[in-house]
Each structure stands twice: as structure tokens, then as C-alpha cells.
Design a protein around this ligand. Structure first.
Ligand code: COA
Ligand code: AMP
Length: 638
């Protein structure tokens, strides 16, 4: 393959089958594919149809067979428990093969779903890879989600078994996970027959006889098992993500296209070579964790760091630099919010000075828009390339990036740079017509999407069509808005739907509105994302109380905050509610969320000509002032 961005990009679009067939040669296949790109059911596309491989084999066994069994595969670094533990490729493979045997003994086999609700411990990675080994489909649920969110995912995925742990550790707080699993199973209509529970020393989980099996007991009578050859098009995992409604979308990832794309991205996008230490400081419950803590670094023979801690407070804002130094990290990937947290506590970068960062070569940021101030601060303090890149749970790997493995482009702060080979990114107006460079529009990707992207939604082809394919025929709708400049750089500015991004976590305001509306005293409500200097955005609820409401402020506000935390989870960071007399609406009844958001952010706004009653805006302005809005705006919004 050429190592020049322009020729690689051109080749990837002109001859995608050749391009991806070459990339696929780097993996181990039990049987070669019949067609690289199968468009027989377009607009549903499949990659490497007829091919057979196993993702766990390519993540672990292949490296051992090639003589790298003693190389470190995983470093578990947990400041919250004071633990650092490494696994060689051989050790990790053995642990995974044994847990795969344990899953089989509990009745799990190919095609069964396994929900994993776990903290950032090596057993989580082992459980994911064990599923991959036997062809079970894992669905990891982020630990910051509440029981009812877990229940919704259980009902959709219908897992044979749930793997969980007694607790997670959030800074100095122990979060018991098992009661949430018990509650979720009680809430769910579908009842999984078994759970396997890792008892952590920090907290003991009570077990339900017959249903719950201790992790150690599950291993005790298991025998290691080999990889099962799978179809390239078989699902590897389902990962639920927020859409515009309360119902999460089950993004499906296949085995073949995913392995090919992720392996390719390690060298070309991230500039990593086998043996390098790669650290994605995210959580395995998010797509970044799936792709760049677990699968991609292992496909590529790298050492991956699994970090159970925060950027600050565990114990200080030097935490990241300690890990980079101690484990010789070459590439770090995290969300801009983590850097804003570090910068807030250590604006001068003093904590960096205590560590040797000479082997550190690049910082990648994604998950939310990267504000130029944070980018420049990181560049200035670290003296390495800082690369913003844009992607989504659905795509599984970057759509737009500065591919430093090929020939990097000059950085323009605020832009994730250029389309990654394989992605034909375009900007279209609401009628699907391409707009000139420099004009804002909908960011879309011309079909077919490259390998690794979602082939469909779990059990919901119609939902896939409706959400992603029908809005702009011939294109995949990203639901992001932005523009391309005259140099071909993309600028991703905002979402076009009701999804907000809180500390790099994607959340649905629609889901929060459903929760608020379920409160007996709430007549009407709206949730919108307002700017926040640390988290990028945070949700703000506006509620109109019923005339018959039994509670008043501040009691009702406390209840609403607690309700969202209980129903969606602490990750929603839902803490602010304005009780208002009326919601501003258009004459047709649409709530003017955008106008309220501008008011809260202190951005000049025009009174929409379609507004039903302009005087409501003055009332809202007063209500927002009571809450301290407009608050100082974060630098990236200015
Ligand atoms: N299990 C249980 N609870 C969790 C959790 C988990 N896995 N992850 C987060 N939470 C809880 C937190 O404890 C917090 O609870 P609180 O309201 O009681 O304080 C709440 O959910 C919100 O968490 P978070 O958004 O992480 O805020 P924070 O104040 O704890 O930390 C940052 C702020 C910026 C340090 C943190 O968000 C961060 O490191 N972000 C990095 C972003 C990231 O990894 N994004 C993934 C995509 S790359
Ligand atoms: P998630 O699916 O949780 O990864 O969230 C994906 C969404 O996060 C995207 O659709 C964008 O709205 C936002 N996002 C991710 N990366 C970036 C980025 N580099 N710049 C701007 N927005 C981003």
C-alpha cells in the first residue's frame, strides 16, 4: 500500500475491494472471502462475505503462533485500588480460553448474547474476548447507566447470561454494581438464566442461588476452549447508543470488516507499530473502549493499557503523565474533557515535569468537539502532535482524522482534518444536495460505508434504514452538522438531533424528557444541552408543573434530579432544572429548544418569527437568570 494520504484516499474510493482485500491480508483467515464487498442487498452492504475468521484468534492466538507470546498484551493500571498488573499475550489467551470454557459450561454458545456490566478490570476484557472466541455476541453496558437502562438493553439483546462484578470504583467511591444487575433483571421482561459475578475485595455481592455463579467457581470446573471459526459477517458485538428517543439503538459490529478496518487504522491513522504501547483512556463501556482498548491494539500486536482511574483526583492531575512514563506509552487517546479537567487543576503543566515523557509521540482526542484552547494547551505543554479526530459508535473507527501513520497534514485547531481513507464524507443541505465548500450542512458519508461500520441495528433493519439511510438516499446520515473548507478539512460543529455530549458521553435529551414527564407533577418539559466549561455540555431541564402539583420548588427539583439519576444513571450529570410557567413554542407547538439554549449560553438570538407568544422569552430569561444563566461560556463556544 502507498504511504501517502492522497494516493491512499483515492485508491480507497476508486477501488475499495482491492484496497480492503490488501488490508485483510494482514489477518488470519480460516477461509478466504468470496466477495470483498457484497452489495447484493444494497443499501445493506456486507464486507468479506463467505470469509471465516475469529476475532479472538486475531487478537491473541495469532501473535503467540508468530512467536510473540511473551510480549505484554495488557497492562491493568488501577490507581483506585493501587494495582498494576501485566498480562503477556500467552497469559491473556490462557485466561480468555478458560473463561470461554466457563461460558460454555453455563450454556453459552455461538450466536447467544452475553451482557457485560463491568468496571475497568482485566476480567472485562477477558469476558469480551471469551465471547468472541466462541462466537457469542457481547453487549457491554457502561457502568454509569442505571438499572432501567440496563434492563432496556437486556430486553433488546435477550442475553443468555450476564457477566458482572460486585462493584466499580469511582475515585474514592465504591459503586455497588450487583444490586443494579438484580434490579435490572427484576425490571426486564426477558430473564437471563445465569449471571457470572466477579467478587472484588472492595465489596461483596450477595448472590441469588441457582442463578448467580461466582467468577472463580465458574472457572474452577471449566476447561480452556479453542477459537470457533465464524463467518466474517457474523456479529461480534452489540453496543447500545443514544438516539433521539428513550430507546437506545443496538449498533451491530461484524467480525471480518471490523478486524480489517481496526487493524488498518492502528498503523495508518494512529502511527502505531506492533509492540508499541497504546493507551485509550476511556471506558470499555463506550465504543472507544471496544475499539481502542480491546480490539485494535491487540489485532495489531500492541500493548494496551487498561486504566481504572480518572484524569484528576486519582490522585492528582499528574495521573496521566505517571501512566505514560511508567508504561512507556507511545500513543494516548482520550476525550478533550479529560484535558480540560487536567488543565483546570494544573494550568501550568507542573505535574508533567515530574515524569519522563520522552517516548510519548502523539495524543489523539475524540468524543466531542475539541476546543482550540484545549488543543493548543496540550500541544504547548506536551510538545507532541495533538490530533482531533471525528467518529461515532456507529462507525467504530474514525471518519475524519489526521492520519499520522501516512503523511500528516498541518493541524488547523478546531478541525479533525481530512476524511479517512474509506470514508467518502460529503456535506449536503436538507434536500440532500451538496453544498459549496465553506457552507454549513449535514455531514453524510456516501454509501457504501467502509468495513468496520455498522451493517445494521440489532433486530431492527427498519430502524437502521429510517435513522441512517432514508434521510439522504445514497448516503449515511451522521446526524452531525459542519462544513468542509477550501483545503478539504472538515469542521464538525454540532449535532442535528437531540443528542448531547456530556464529558465525551453521548446522551439523549429525549430519554431525559421521558423520565421528567413520568413525574406526577410535571405537565410539560424540555431538556437541552447547555455549554459547560469542563464537560462541554450539560443537560438543563425546563419543566412546567401541573396546576394540581403537590410539590413545589425546590422539592420537585430534587425529586426530578434524583429520578433522572435513578432511571438513566449518574453519567447523565443531570443536576439543573428550571421550573417555568410556560415553554416557548412555535405556533405549531414545537418547543424552541435552540432559542433557550442560546439564552442559557449567552449567545445572541433572534426571536423566531414562528413563536406563539414572544413574551414567554422574557419569562424564560428571568427563570434562567435565577439559575445563574447565562453562565460563562467555555472557550470553544466563543
Ligand atoms: N460507574 C458508575 N458511575 C460512574 C461511572 C461508572 N463507570 N462513570 C461515571 N460515573 C459517575 C461518576 O462517578 C459521576 O457521579 P457523581 O454525579 O456522583 O459525581 C457521574 O457518573 C458523572 O461522571 P463523569 O461525567 O465521568 O464526571 P466526573 O465528574 O466523575 O469526571 C471527567 C469528569 C472530565 C474527569 C470525566 O468525565 C472524564 O474523565 N472524562 C473522560 C471522557 C471519556 O472517557 N469519554 C469516553 C469517550 S472517549
Ligand atoms: P459516540 O457515538 O458516543 O462516540 O458520539 C459520537 C458523537 O460525538 C458524534 O456524532 C459527534 O457529535 C461527537 N464527536 C465525536 N468526535 C468528535 C470530534 N472530534 N469533533 C466533534 N464532535 C465529535
Amino acid at each position: 500500500m502507498p504511504k501517502n494520504y492522497d494516493s491512499l484516499y483515492a485508491l480507497s474510493l476508486e477501488a475499495p475491494s482491492k484496497f480492503w482485500a490488501d488490508a485483510a491480508e494482514e489477518l488470519h483467515w480460516y477461509e478466504r472471502w468470496e466477495s470483498v464487498l457484497d452489495d447484493s442487498t444494497a443499501p445493506f452492504y456486507r464486507w468479506f462475505s463467505g470469509g471465516r475468521l475469529n476475532s479472538c484468534d486475531n487478537a491473541l492466538d495469532v501473535h503467540i503462533e508468530r512467536g510473540h507470546g511473551e510480549r505484554t498484551a495488557l497492562i491493568y493500571d488501577s490507581p483506585v485500588t493501587g494495582t498494576v498488573r501485566s498480562f503477556t499475550y500467552s497469559e491473556l489467551r490462557d485466561a480468555v480460553a478458560l473463561f470461554a470454557g466457563a461460558l460454555q459450561r453455563q450454556g453459552v454458545s455461538r450466536g447467544h448474547r452475553v451482557v457485560i456490566y463491568m468496571p475497568m478490570v482485566p476480567e472485562t476484557v477477558q469476558a469480551m474476548l471469551a465471547c468472541a472466541r466462541i462466537g457469542a455476541i457481547h453487549s457491554v453496558v457502561f457502568g454509569g447507566f442505571a438499572a432501567s437502562e440496563l434492563a432496556a438493553r437486556i430486553d433488546d439483546a435477550r442475553p443468555e447470561l450476564i457477566v458482572s462484578a460486585s462493584c466499580g470504583i469511582e475515585g474514592d467511591r465504591i459503586v455497588a454494581y450487583k444490586p443494579l444487575v438484580d434490579e435490572a433483571i427484576a425490571l426486564a421482561k426477558y430473564k437471563p438464566s445465569k449471571t457470572i459475578v466477579l467478587q472484588r475485595p472492595q465489596c461483596a455481592a450477595s448472590m441469588v442461588p441457582e442463578r448467580d455463579v461466582d467468577w472463580d467457581d465458574a472457572l474452577a470446573d471449566a476447561a480452556p476452549v479453542d477459537c470457533v471459526p465464524l463467518q466474517a459477517t457474523d456479529p461480534l458485538y452489540i453496543l447500545y447508543t443514544s438516539g433521539t428517543t428513550g430507546k437506545p439503538k443496538g449498533v451491530v459490529r461484524d467480525n471480518g470488516g471490523h478486524a480489517v478496518a481496526l487493524k488498518w487504522s492502528m498503523r495508518h491513522v494512529y502511527g502505531a507499530e506492533p509492540g508499541d504501547v497504546f493507551w485509550a483512556a476511556s471506558d470499555v463501556g463506550w465504543v472507544v473502549g471496544h475499539s481502542y482498548i480491546v480490539y485494535a491494539p491487540l489485532f495489531h500486536g500492541c500493548t494496551s493499557v487498561l486504566y481504572e482511574g480518572k484524569p484528576v483526583g486519582t490522585p492528582d492531575p499528574g495521573a496521566f503523565w505517571r501512566v505514560v512514563d511508567q508504561h512507556n506509552v507511545k500513543v494516548l487517546f482520550t476525550a478533550p474533557t479529560a484535558f480540560r479537567a487536567i488543565k483546570k487543576e494544573d494550568p501550568e503543566g507542573k505535574f508533567m515535569e515530574a515524569y519522563d515523557l520522552s517516548r510519548f509521540q502523539a495524543l489523539f482526542l475524540a468524543g466531542e468537539r475539541c476546543d482550540p484552547d484545549t488543543l493548543r494547551w496540550a500541544e504547548d505543554k506536551l510538545g507532541v502532535p495533538v490530533i482531533d479526530h471525528w467518529w461515532q459508535t456507529e462507525t467504530g473507527w474514525p471518519m475524519v482524522a489526521n492520519c499520522i501513520g501516512d503523511d500528516p497534514h498541518p493541524v488547523k485547531a478546531g478541525s479533525p482534518t481530512k476524511a479517512v481513507p474509506g470514508y467518502d464524507v460529503r456535506v449536503v443541505d436538507d434536500d440532500g444536495r451538496e453544498v459549496p465548500d465553506g457552507t454549513m450542512g449535514n455531514l453524510v458519508v456516501k454509501l457504501p460505508l467502509p468495513p468496520g461500520c455498522l451493517p445494521t441495528l440489532w433486530n431492527d433493519d427498519d430502524g437502521y434504514r429510517a435513522s441512517y439511510l432514508e434521510p439522504f438516499p445514497g448516503y449515511y446520515q451522521t446526524s452531525d452538522a459542519g462544513y468542509r473548507d477550501e483545503d478539504g478539512y472538515f469542521w464538525v460543529m454540532s449535532r442535528t438531533d437531540d443528542v448531547i455530549n456530556v464529558a465525551g458521553h453521548r446522551l439523549s435529551t429525549g430519554a431525559m424528557e421521558e423520565v421528567l414527564a413520568s413525574h406526577p407533577d410535571v405537565a410539560e418539559c424540555a431538556v437541552l444541552g447547555v455549554s459547560d466549561a469542563l464537560k462541554g455540555q450539560i443537560p438543563l431541564g425546563l419543566v412546567v408543573l401541573k396546576d394540581s402539583a403537590e410539590r413545589v420548588e425546590p422539592e420537585v427539583v430534587r425529586e426530578l434530579v434524583a429520578l433522572v439519576r435513578a432511571k438513566i444513571g449518574p453519567v447523565a450529570a443531570f443536576k439543573r432544572v428550571a421550573v417555568v410557567k410556560r415553554l416557548p413554542k412555535t405556533r405549531s407547538g414545537k418547543i424552541l429548544r435552540g432559542t433557550v439554549r442560546k439564552m442559557a449560553d449567552g449567545i445572541p438570538y433572534d426571536t423566531p418569527p414562528t413563536i406563539d407568544d414572544p413574551s414567554i422569552l422574557d419569562e424564560i430569561q428571568q427563570d434562567l437568570r435565577r439559575l445563574g444563566y447565562p453562565s460563562p461560556r467555555p472557550p470553544h463556544e466563543s
